[in-house]
Design a protein around this ligand. Structure first.
Ligand code: 3HC
Length: 301
């Protein structure tokens, strides 16, 4: 079934090389997905060679782990490892048909990385941003070709979450949108097309859930009561485990963005900022092992 608002799929442009800007955890996760599902060269860049090398090594380790688990065979693993390359030279993006960024969630940073890369791109390249709550239109405001920009929002963990939010701005043209829909399909994800509003759809809902959960504990409800009380909804993770997964800094940023856009409807959480600053994990030990609510979290909240 054609998703609501989707353009004619025939307008989609082929993607034979992928460029990724930002070599952090999220970017590394989707670099692996592009490699596995599209099986085309993927080039990844960041501020310095050390970060790039670390990301490439990490992605190759993940490919090896998939091989060891029997998820990909030996030949495929070798081929995928050879398809990933790291660079600090933006000219290496010249033959990329699909470029996506996952750098720090700050408007000026996103605009700056695109300003560095866009002059090297071909006339037909599609430019995507994995922003989770900035305005895609504003990110594109400094592009020479904002019609080629689309939001392409992945969820954590990228390998298993089935959804992509494809964000259309008033400038995005049909060929760009159709390409984004095709790429999502090739990645074997469900895509929904959303308006370019703060938090799109998913984070708007998530900000309510996480914000209310944090607000409840800040008002004196014990963490455990919130965990127990939300259980009947059947969420796969409780709000605090979900915060650990997305990262407390990212979570705090999502709450701030929503509070900024809709101050009467969303809370910001001072405690969450403090917990993020202190590097506290709420409920899990960082390797996914449950250990109950961290003592430091109780003290801070
Ligand atoms: N990376 C790769 N694969 C993973 C993984 C990870 N981090 N975590 C789990 N998996 C895989 C497992 O290998 C397993 O695969 P298999 O069935 O092929 O063996 C499968 O996922 C299921 O894993 P488990 O049985 O161990 O675990 P669960 O049944 O508990 O499911 C989960 C794990 C899918 C992560 C589930 O807990 C879940 O859906 N949680 C909610 C996550 C969520 O809401 N994410 C969105 C966050 S918001 C966001 O990212 C937006 C941002 O802008 C803030």
């Amino acid at each position: 079934k054609k998703p609501a608002g989707a353009p004619d799929p025939k307008l989609a442009k082929p993607v034979s090389k992928v460029g990724i800007i930002g070599a952090g955890l999220m970017a590394s996760q989707f670099a692996l997905l592009f490699l596995r599902r599209l099986q085309v060269p993927v080039v990844i860049t960041d501020l310095d060679q050390a970060r790039v090398d670390k990301a490439v090594a990490g992605i190759r380790d993940e490919i090896e782990a998939l091989r060891a688990k029997g998820r990909v065979d030996g030949d495929t693993a070798k081929r995928l490892s050879a398809l990933i390359a790291g660079t600090v030279d933006k000219a290496d993006f010249a033959d990329c048909d699909w470029v996506i960024e996952a750098v720090f969630e700050e408007l000026s940073v996103k605009q700056q990385v695109f300003a560095e890369v866009e002059p090297h791109l071909s006339e037909t390249a599609v430019i995507a941003t994995n922003t989770s709550s900035l305005s895609v239109e504003q990110i594109g405001a400094t592009l020479a070709h904002p019609e080629r920009l689309v939001g392409f929002h992945f969820f954590n963990p990228v390998a298993v979450m089935p959804l992509i939010e494809v964000v259309r701005t008033p400038s995005t043209d049909d060929a760009t949108l159709a390409t984004a829909m095709r790429v999502a399909k090739d990645l074997r994800k469900n895509a929904v097309i959303t308006r370019d509003t703060p938090g799109f759809v998913v984070n708007r809902i998530l900000a309510k859930l996480l914000g209310e959960a944090m607000h409840a504990v800040e008002q004196g409800t014990p963490f455990e009561t919130v965990v127990e009380a939300q259980r009947p909804f059947g969420f796969p993770m409780d709000p605090f485990v979900l915060l650990d997964l997305v990262g407390l800094k990212v979570g705090a940023h999502v709450l701030d963005t929503h509070h900024g856009a809709f101050p009467d409807r969303f809370f910001e959480s001072a405690a969450l900022h403090e917990l993020a600053e202190e590097g506290v994990l709420l409920e899990k030990d960082g390797k996914g092992n449950a250990r109950g609510i961290d003592k430091r979290a109780r003290k801070i909240v």
